[in-house]
Design a protein around this ligand. Sequence first.
Ligand code: 1HA
Length: 270
Amino acid sequence: RKWETIKSFNDIKFEFFEGIAKITINRPEVYNAFRPETNIEMLEAMDICRERQDICVVVLTGEGDKAFCSGGDQNVKGSGGYIGEDGVPRLNVLDLHKRIRELPKPVIAMVNGYAIGGGHVLHVVCDLTIASENARFGQTGPKVGSFDAGFGSSYLARHVGQKKAREIWFLCKQYTAAEAETMGMVNKVVPLESLEDETVEWCKIMMQRSPMALRMIKRGLNAELDGQRGLMEFAGDATLMFYLMEEAQEGKNAFLEKRDPDFKKYPKFP
Ligand code: 1HA
């Protein structure tokens, strides 16, 4: 499988293969921990994934066979956030969470090792998770002076239930891939050597499905948790679909032709 580079970055690899975009956190020396620049790059990659018509599915993973992502880079954790090269503290991985949820295309976490702390949250916010047998899952916040009470908690609880979510966060234990699958936060576990094959297979199946149907399902499943913000995304897509109908075109045409619109001819479905 020959992945071609979409754009070169410092902290991530961003590649394309037959409809699939792959974003790889490329900081194996710190177990793929992210710093503000890493997130800025991932945000740009996600925006390209949104705009490019030939990208149907996005895969998020980590470089090497040790870690998917170990969360925020503890070397640059300062007062008020993770300190960027510009000296400004940021918690901009939260923007990435929002972007993953908003992207109207499926995002799969391909977990190749440790998914720990903020790295665990990253897989939690993805639509699907496929993990290798060596993967390890867990939160560390209350052990290392942090917490994510956002999607990292509330959405996690939708996966594993409230009791397990509280256990994961309160005890900060590590869980095997098999345990994570049993808990319902991992879709499938495979040997490391077949992780990418399995993930690409899942992508190919989804690419045979209706992209608009997948989009609306993602929106609906998000809206349940996201409240008015989620309904806004869902409603935006309803508008998109309305614009595809002749009935919406009639309104615009009448305006441009300086006449009254004739909406009577359109069906009122029961
Ligand atoms: O909670 C949030 C946020 C909340 C709200 C809003 C934004 C947030 C943004 C981020 C976060 C967080 O991510 S907080 C949680 C931060 N992460 C951690 O607490 C995980 C730290 N790492 C570990 O617990 C362990 O390293 C490990 C379980 C992933 C692996 O353990 P292991 O196999 O014993 O390896 P270890 O020797 O510890 O790590 C290998 C190398 O990777 C070490 O470097 P070396 O000594 O060989 O030079 C280690 O320092 C480095 N490394 C691992 N994780 C990190 C790291 N370096 C910097 N930052 C890391 N997170």
